[in-house]
Design a protein around this ligand. Sequence first.
Ligand code: ZN
Ligand code: ZN
Length: 563
Amino acid sequence: MFDNVQPLVVTPQPMPFESYKGYILRVAEANGYRSIHGMLRHAGMTENEIRSATPDPEKLKRLVGSDLSEFDFLSEKTKHSRYQVLSGHRIPSLYLRSKHTRVCPCCIAEKGYISSFTELKYAVVCPEHKIETIEECPSCGKGLDVFRPGLSKCQCGYDFKHAKAREVTNHAVVGLMHILKAKLENQDLNRSLLEPLGFPVEAIAKLSLNTMLSLLYRLEGRSADAQPNSDVMATVTLAASIFTNWPRGFHKYLEETQGPQADMASTGLRKQFLPIYETLFKNGLPKDEVAFMHQAFVVFGQSQWRKALIHPKLQQGGASNIVGIYGLAQALSKQPATLRKMVAAGLIPVHAVNAKGQALFEVTEQLVFEFSAGQSLTIKEAAERLDLPVAILNVYRQKGYYQEHFMTNPMKLFHERDVERLRSELVDGVEFISNSPQDIRYISLKQIMLKKLGPSVIKAALIEAIRVREILPAGIAGDKPGDLLFKRSQIDETISSLAQKFSGMVSSENASEILGVDAKVVKSLIKANALEAYSTDYGIYVIEESLVGFNQSSMQEYSVNRA
Ligand SMILES: [Zn+2]
Ligand SMILES: [Zn+2]
């Protein structure tokens, strides 16, 4: 019977990127049908076919006398799948609303057909006219469907062309609509529209239409976070704001909307922001296409949020990261065990401690710099370069005077850059004095180091006093720290005060005064190891602490023994 179908009198040809259902409606209207229903019945379609998303094109072809090649339909085999073809794009039905296609009243008035763009679920704004598309009759409130009498006519008789256009002032939303339409119609993106909005145009240009639609679909679930009972316009507005001033719009959204709901019992960035992370990155979006969003997510964690571990796998690089010990090990190319020791020694600052008690570290450019290349020296090599005794350098470091700006592996070594800095700090700016070694008024640092000054900490403290110029060298006889020259009178005074200041030593004379005993008693107490003391080139010094608690009775005991 279908072979007997008479072609229609008026058979308009499809327009580029015209909605298929819009075309059917246009043809029906042109031929005086009050609805597509009667026309499609005439074409021999069943009720189901008429009401399907894609009324059988084969039957329509006979009616319009055209092969309808413009529509590029799905093959028979796949037409019942959850995909539809829209202007040549195979799109999940999920992202479409073909049965309730919106309309732009201005487009209908100007062009006389309905664009396939408005079949997209998210086509809430016409990017050309910058007005909201209509999804329901402004007069009777009925939702638009394809069974109305005409392109711009409602069943109630209202003509949408008379509808008051609702202008859209949100340029980012208009920009997003332009992106959807351009991708659907295989057009280049309008950079002069998108760049002033700060959209990541290069990255968006690489997104397929389906990825873009999927992002919107995914954000639709999240737009309820910001606004319960939100509609499609809210979703579109959210997506547009996320792309605005990229990545600041995205970061703002993460901070202000997702941040307050972050799961702070979790340690990792991904888990803290699991809902939005899974929304954007889980299941199926092409990784290379959304890499720019993923990277922006990591950057957010690194530079703005800074309250989460960022798993090395999550990272795409970046200047400043919050990481755990393993992330730190990867960033600095060191063994975690080595770094743990450095952390314990306070060489690497702990940025924060997470809910599980794990230390978080900030991989700053500074930290990476500290681990930069350079030779590690043994203490013997370092002491040679510094022209200092090994034992004194050892104490100098133990007492915390040695400034470590660079890390060595193993950590007990000395980084050549730190050694060089110390060397130059000791000798820089000191005036050269010729023939000075013979001058009895001066003593060199090398000579001082050979003197007996008591505990090594005194010499270490002296070196530090020289480095920070608490003691000013009188000059230098060569180019090594050992060649530094000091006035004897000045250095004697300094060493005497250092002895008291840095190791709590008092002279044996002072000790006898403190204890109220004869100087000979002090000597015998030292000999009996009852007092801790050092014999120095400046006489015998007693460690002040050993005097404390040394009471009269025990002193008498020693006095008796001595007698
Ligand atoms: Zn329009
Ligand atoms: Zn109406």
